[in-house]
Design a protein around this ligand. Structure first.
Ligand SMILES: NC(=O)c1ccc[n+]([C@@H]2O[C@H](COP(=O)([O-])OP(=O)(O)OC[C@H]3O[C@@H](n4cnc5c(N)ncnc54)[C@H](O)[C@@H]3O)[C@@H](O)[C@H]2O)c1
Ligand SMILES: [Zn+2]
Length: 677
């Protein structure tokens, strides 16, 4: 930037906007790392040009103005921010500044604490009772959020013991542990509710709710890290000891707090916590070092927005900015299609990231992301990096929409997306290269075709050597091919061939289960076989007749329907059942006996079930009626013969009455089933 003054003004304006979004709206639009870079640039400019300093500059302020929806709370002692260091050299400079000011040369004791990533609150206890809670606000005035804070379980409403001062102000961080954050976001995603970008925003958004019942449902926690104004005797001479006293009164203090000597001690603490960062149950963005002795703290004092006696040592940021270059679609081993963001490489939490997951089509829509966008990527722990937000005001003119493929990028089969399900899947399960190993493992498993001796290791070799592409290829393997595999001898090869031969004789139910159609487990496969009796009848069935099978709902019916509409799948099935004389695999099963006519006393009768049944589940009642030959339909029409109305039956009952359909209650149903049962 050629004109430094113009740059300075631009930085101040930009940082003010970011502050507003972060502190007031609880919805930052850029990652902290970007904010910190701009702030450092501003501070450097202000230092180089003292004539441009301004007490209203964002570099001179703490937090954001309190929101008027909450009552104002004035802090008797200001709640400040912290200076920070990012490197060894900066830590050394911090220690040197402190020692110089105190005119000391020996290393000092520091209280070392994790820097929790949540928001600061002040709690006031009078006579041991919690009487007021407030946010930091702009440092001198915060927001009264007492009711909300009272819902946080780890914050005691009464202190233990009796040696607490008459009035005690405690300060600490309200935060959301990782597990609670993940669970809350997962539920929000499923309900189409607002998803939070990270635990800090989630904690801030949850605490600053106007309705404390909402706060109460959020998994918030609290650790205290200091005191504010205290009436009466000093609580101790050292910060560390004071924290121990607070703990004694039942206030939660992080178990990670340690007293360390000098810069070397601080560095060791930093390294230890950083190495365990991912395993801690909450997020931290660094560690904090505080001169332990209160008398020394008093001598060091404050600068405008932070104490001189403390500093934060920041960890590598877990969120960064980068550009979305493209989106590729990966096919998982069970056919799930995952959009993968291809990013301009960027360092996040110490690792170069160039791929991130976009989860699914819903997530792409929720983010409103386009190719060419500047996005925020987040990498926390060993979880796959994610795109968490788009920086909308940096969208280029040539940004392109992301097109979800209609066919599998690996095998060209159709992609199925069931309504209400987020995940799209390739349904070329028997044929798709991406799903081969899983499909063949499932096909040979014990409850499927039970091909003994064909373990995971062997299947993986067979697929990797491209000896087997579909389950049908298994039956054409030669003794030589099998014996040539690792960890296979002559004898095992012979055994596998014998097992394959034996597996040719099976049942229709096992065969259906072996095909690995989504959500068709053993029980459903059995029901399908009993209902359709032949493979051809099942493969040709439309969705409606599939729904008549016990256990088969809308979703499963569609999985089955689509599976048998894929030419590749049909081809593999054809090969599996074709006689060996015709070059097929020769899989066969005994014909299923058709139930005798008199065991179907309700044949030709159509039933509809409605309302709540108390003795049987809907599915059990449906199965019992179907076993007697009845048809069970989903809605009442002129063709319905009986409506079974359980408790709280509604519109179906009304309709049945209008159409003059016979109605029976649960007792009537029980009597009917007992008569034929
Ligand atoms: N992304 C954005 O748009 C945006 C905007 C504004 C601020 N920010 C972020 O916020 C930071 C500034 O916020 P800040 O003023 O709250 O400073 P800070 O978060 O860097 O440090 C001060 C805060 O640390 C917290 N803290 C956690 N553990 C502590 C401990 N053991 N002892 C003392 N304090 C502890 C307290 O809440 C305290 O108020 C920036 O560096 C930036 O990362 C981001
Ligand atoms: Zn595929």
């Amino acid at each position: 930037m050629s004109d430094p003054y113009a740059r300075l003004l631009a930085l101040r304006a930009q940082l003010e906007t970011y502050n507003e979004q972060y502190y007031v709206v609880d919805a930052p639009t850029v990652p902290d790392a970007e904010y910190d870079r701009l702030m450092r640039e501003l501070v450097a400019l202000e230092q180089a040009h003292p004539e441009w300093r301004d007490p209203d500059s964002p570099s001179q302020k703490v937090g954001g103005a309190p929101v008027s929806a909450f009552p104002e709370v004035r802090h008797l002692l200001p709640m400040l921010s912290l200076d920070n260091v990012f490197s060894d050299e900066e830590l050394m400079a911090f220690e040197k500044r402190v020692l110089d000011r105190l005119d000391r040369s020996e290393p000092l004791a520091f209280c070392c604490e994790p820097k929790l990533d949540g928001l600061a609150v002040s709690l006031v206890y009078e006579q041991g009772r919690l009487v007021q809670a407030a946010t930091r606000g702009d440092g001198s005035t915060g927001e009264g959020i007492t009711e909300n804070v009272r819902t946080i379980k780890s914050i005691p409403l009464r202190l233990k013991g009796d040696d607490w001062p008459a009035r005690l102000e405690v300060r600490g961080e309200v935060f959301m542990p990782k597990a609670g954050f993940d669970a809350m976001n997962e539920a929000a995603r499923a309900n189409g509710d607002k998803v939070f970008a990270n635990p800090r925003n989630a904690a801030a958004g949850s605490l600053r709710q106007l309705d404390s019942r909402i706060t109460a449902r959020r998994p918030l926690a609290f650790y205290c890290y200091g005191i504010g104004q205290v009436e009466g005797e000093p609580l101790g001479e050292c910060h560390f000891d004071i924290l121990q006293r607070l703990k004694g009164w039942g206030l939660p203090v992080s178990p990670e707090v340690r007293r360390m000597q000098g810069k070397a001690g601080c560095q060791a603490y930093h390294d230890d916590i950083l190495s365990r960062r991912d395993r801690l149950p909450y997020e931290i963005d660094g560690v904090v070092y505080k001169v332990d002795e209160l008398a020394l703290q008093a001598r060091l004092g404050f600068v405008v927005r932070a104490p001189r006696w403390a500093t934060a040592h920041k960890f590598p940021a877990q969120e960064e900015l980068t550009r979305l270059l493209n989106v590729e679609f990966q096919v998982g081993r069970t056919g799930a299609i995952t959009p993968v963001a291809k990013l301009a490489p960027v360092a996040v939490a110490g690792v170069t990231v160039s791929n991130a997951t976009l989860h699914n089509a819903d997530e792409i829509a929720r983010l409103g992301v386009m190719i060419g966008d500047t996005v925020i990527v987040r990498r926390a722990g060993d979880v796959i990096p994610q795109v968490v937000a788009v920086v909308m005001d940096r969208r280029p003119d040539d940004a392109r929409a992301i097109a979800f493929p209609e066919r599998c990028p690996v095998c060209e089969s159709e992609i199925e997306r069931i309504e209400g399900e987020a995940v799209a899947r390739c349904i070329g399960g028997l044929f798709c290269g991406a799903q081969r190993k899983e499909a063949i493992k499932h096909f040979s498993s014990r409850k499927a075709l039970d091909i003994e001796g064909l373990g995971t290791k062997i299947i993986e070799q067979l697929v990797e050597l491209e000896l087997v592409k579909t389950p049908a290829d298994l039956f054409h393997l030669s003794h030589q091919q099998l014996a040539g595999l690792e960890r296979m001898g002559d004898k095992s090869a012979t055994n596998v061939l014998a097992a394959l031969d034996k597996a040719r004789t099976t049942t229709l139910a096992r065969f259906l289960y072996a095909l690995g159609i989504r959500e068709v487990g053993e029980a459903t496969a059995n029901n399908l076989a009993q209902h359709f009796l032949t493979l051809d009848a099942l493969a040709g069935a439309e969705v409606e007749p599939l729904l008549a099978v016990p256990d088969v709902g809308e979703v499963v019916a569609k999985h089955i329907y689509y599976f048998f509409r894929q030419p590749h799948n049909l081809e593999v099935v054809r090969q599996l059942v074709a006689p060996r004389a015709d070059g097929g695999c020769g899989i066969h099963w005994p014909v299923i006996a058709v139930p005798k006519a008199d065991s179907q006393p309700l044949a030709g009768q159509t039933f509809v079930l409605t309302g709540t049944l108390t003795r049987l589940s809907r599915n059990e009642a449906k199965a019992a009626l179907q076993a007697l030959g009845a048809k069970v339909a989903g809605s009442v029409s002129a063709k319905t013969h009986f409506l079974v109305a359980g408790e709280a039956a509604g519109s179906k009952l009304t309709k049945a009455q209008e159409l003059g359909v016979a109605v029976m209650d649960e007792d009537g149903l029980a009597a009917l089933l007992a008569r034929y049962g």
